[in-house]
Design a protein around this ligand. Sequence first.
Ligand SMILES: [Cu+2]
Length: 268
Amino acid sequence: MHKQLAAILRRTTVAVFGFALAASSWAAGPAQSTVPKINDPARGWDSLWHEVIVDITIIGILFAVVTAYFVFTSRRTAANPVGASPKLSPASAVGWTVLPIFVFLSIDLYTAANGWVLWNHYRDVPADRLEVKLESGMYSWDYTYPNGVRTQNELIVPAGKPVMLRMTSRDTLHSHYIPDFRVKEDSMPGRVTYLWFHPTKPGEHLVTCAEYCGVMHSYMAGRVIVKSAEEYAAWMKQEETMLAAATATEATPAPAKAGTPAAKPKKT
Ligand SMILES: [Cu+2]
């Protein structure tokens, strides 16, 4: 009876693990598709930030409790009391100093290491991306798409594709900040910097200048407008048509000015 029970248990365990394995490989199926996974660090920054907030809250409460304890136990209870230093051996004095430093430093090193990993992910721009040039200037953001289409203060992008900005400035230092995508990077004259982000669904997001650049600095705001892939394609087609028409007009020689007197027929 005991052996039978063990056999049933063994078979059940094998079946459950087998099913779990099959289910997990089925669930992992889409990840093995040819579409590369975008390693967007934006959510990583958020969790790291939350971690820091939790850490400093716990440490703050801990310090407040210890301080309150010492304030209470060391309060003045008699007139002119004379205290006595605690007797600590050199080893325990070093221990009380080194251990807390190690504990708090390890938290700092842990968050710094996580930040370093995220930063490396961030500097590694996905290969399949939309690349747009940005020239900043007092006080506007001027975007140029690969086909020559230009926009000002509105960066229109398709959902689902990483967007990279190659940035420079025509006057002074600015900083292109898109809070919703957790990206901010200086743009400056004589140097090309970059940032990238991954818009996943249609919507609008604020762009603002995060570097004081002049008296109208606070008005240097724009928008990232994320459209669906179809809407973006339609918008881009329209812009390309307008650009082609404008280029054709520029290339055509100007007609004779209206009002120019026609050559008079010669009198015979
Ligand atoms: Cu600016």
